[in-house]
Design a protein around this ligand. Structure first.
Ligand code: ARG
Length: 371
């Protein structure tokens, strides 16, 4: 059935077919959460965020929301349906029988929480305590889709316990140093243990029948195995990027643009033995252009490589952050029409244009790109 704006349908099998319906996050009430193991391991050692926590300054929240609202308008003007989450009170502490955290995170970015595969939207386990309840912000939408689309499967992965047994102690020391971190990443020694299945949705890229999943800080091998058993009709492939000292969320590292073409972060190259799978099936992996900035904006978790965190609207059109001149230029050379979207002042809230969205509907069916 074709998509129509007056009928809710959930379906998306990949990152590139024509986008019709999407969720865009909100910055309301976002907090920098207090210290906790998995999050601390991710905060860069030279970051201005170390040791800071609390509600983000109101003017930064307002500015991020202004940009997210403008992005929403841009998509709507192109005929794309855009829904927004319902923020909860993130200042509230969370206590379960297994852990306590003094505040939560926010409802940015949706890509981390919601994994759309075909007619299903799966709520990820998550791996930070402060993000354990983030799915609640999307429940009003999930409920609505469930009421309106009889084919929609709303699923939630088993909530993890997130006790201290989920995290490796040696990642908790103050100064580990980049060299040690790179060695650990190469050895696939990450902050999360194999205590129980853990994954964030943003570690997964959808290539039709293949799900490509980054094994790193936020997704462990049991999480990948859980996805494999949950999606028995898919091939689930684990990938690693040894050059990344803080490996979380694949979408500033590996960016498929269309069938046969992937941008790879040149500092985090996919190892040769893992490239073969793509090569054999005629996929080209090209180095992404350099970011336009030398440093991330203030109070930001992510690296400058959010430059390659783009949202593909269809096989010829891509949204790129407006200040990322080199990335825009590369896209044009690759034959894409670029829509510049200003978002840099919202990066601190958890990411770029791909991160701050979650697919609800794209045209196309589940294809096998690796026959
Ligand atoms: N780890 C990435 C980097 O700093 C950021 C990825 C953000 N993605 C996301 N879905 N939140 O380069």
């Amino acid at each position: 059935m074709n998509w129509s704006p007056d009928k809710t349908q959930v379906k998306s099998w990949n990152e590139w077919d024509t986008l019709r319906h999407v969720i865009v996050g909100k910055a309301d009430d976002c907090h920098i959460p207090p210290e906790e193991p998995a999050l601390d391991a991710k905060v860069p050692e030279d970051s201005d965020m170390r040791g800071q926590w609390g509600r983000r300054p109101q003017e930064t929240i307002d500015r991020a929301n202004e940009l997210l609202d403008t992005f929403t308008d841009t998509l709507r003007k192109r005929g794309i349906r855009v829904d927004r989450p319902t923020p909860t009170d993130f200042s509230k502490p969370v206590t379960t029988p297994d852990f306590h955290t003094d505040s939560q995170f926010g409802c940015m970015p949706p890509r981390d929480v919601l994994l759309t595969v075909g007619h299903e939207i799966l709520e990820a386990t998550m791996s930070y305590r402060c993000r354990w309840f983030e799915y609640l912000c999307y429940r009003p939408l999930m409920q609505q889709y469930w009421e309106e689309d009889p084919n929609f499967r709303h699923e939630a992965a088993p909530k993890p316990r997130l006790t201290d047994a989920d995290y490796h102690d040696d990642y908790l020391s103050e100064a580990i140093g980049i060299e040690k971190r790179l060695q650990w990443t190469a050895e696939k020694h990450f902050v999360t243990t194999e205590e129980e299945p853990l994954f964030d949705a943003a570690d997964v890229l959808r290539f039709g029948k293949d799900l490509i999943v980054q094994h790193g800080f936020t997704t462990n091998l049991k999480g990948i195995e859980w996805l494999r058993r949950h999606f028995p009709d898919h091939r689930v492939r684990a990938v690693n990027f040894p050059g990344d000292p803080y490996p979380i969320h694949i979408d500033a590292t590996f960016t498929p643009l269309r069938p046969g073409l992937i941008l790879n972060n040149p500092n985090r190259r996919l190892p040769d033995e893992q490239r073969d799978y793509f090569k054999k099936n005629d996929w080209e992996i090209v180095d992404a252009a350099q970011p336009a900035h030398n440093t991330p904006p203030p109070l930001c978790y992510s690296s400058t490589w959010l430059s390659m965190n783009v949202l593909v609207l269809d096989l010829k059109t891509v949204c790129v952050e407006a200040s990322e001149v080199y990335q825009m230029e590369q896209m044009e050379k690759l034959g894409m029409e670029v829509i510049p979207v200003e978002l840099r002042d919202a990066y601190a809230f958890g990411g770029g244009l791909h991160c701050c969205t979650a697919d609800v509907y794209r045209d196309g069916d589940c294809e096998d790109y690796f026959p």
